[in-house]
Design a protein around this ligand. Structure first.
Ligand SMILES: [Zn+2]
Ligand SMILES: [Zn+2]
Length: 161
């Protein structure tokens, strides 16, 4: 059972008193939070519906968001997983890993996740969409988006983690 933290949008298992382990704010305290926002995890190359990710209004304007793996959004947890994966790669044997790696490389030429994020003009002038988390394994970017936009997300996107 996980909750979505209304402050940092991480999916967390809150402590008994409601404290978010990621940002240490209380998930039951909604002060200063925006109830229209939620997080969505989008896979590399995902086809996204023509609705602004920031306000949910219909738009045909798409913004290219590119994220090199290991770039912004990496968390401590990520580093931990990275270390674990590294350990595994050694214990499982480099041969197997090499084969896997080759297969992954063929799918992701530059280790870059590219998402064409729908965003209307007014929202675009405020800020560019930027992922809050990057999943190097699944080549997925997690964004904080408008609930309306998330509601339009169809198949082919991992909207829940
Ligand atoms: Zn939090
Ligand atoms: Zn908008």
């Amino acid at each position: 059972m996980t909750d979505e933290c209304p402050h940092c949008y991480a999916r967390v298992i809150a402590k008994a008193d409601g404290e978010c382990p990621a940002c240490h704010r209380n998930i039951r305290d909604l002060t200063g939070t925006d109830p229209t926002r939620t997080q969505a995890t989008l896979l590399h190359g995902a086809k996204l519906p023509p609705f602004c990710c920031d306000c949910g209004a219909p738009t045909d304007r798409y913004v290219k968001v590119k994220s090199t793996m290991g770039g912004p959004g990496g968390s401590n947890q990520k580093a931990l997983w990275g270390a674990l994966a590294m350990l595994c790669s050694f214990s499982l044997g480099l041969l197997l890993m090499g084969a896997l790696r080759r297969e992954q490389l063929s799918k992701r030429p530059n280790d870059v996740a590219v998402i064409h994020m729908p965003q209307c003009e007014p929202c675009g002038s405020v800020r560019r969409p930027a992922p809050i988390r990057v999943d190097t394994e699944q080549l997925a970017l997690t964004f904080v988006v408008h609930r309306e936009f998330k509601a339009h997300l169809g198949e082919g996107t991992a909207s829940e983690k």
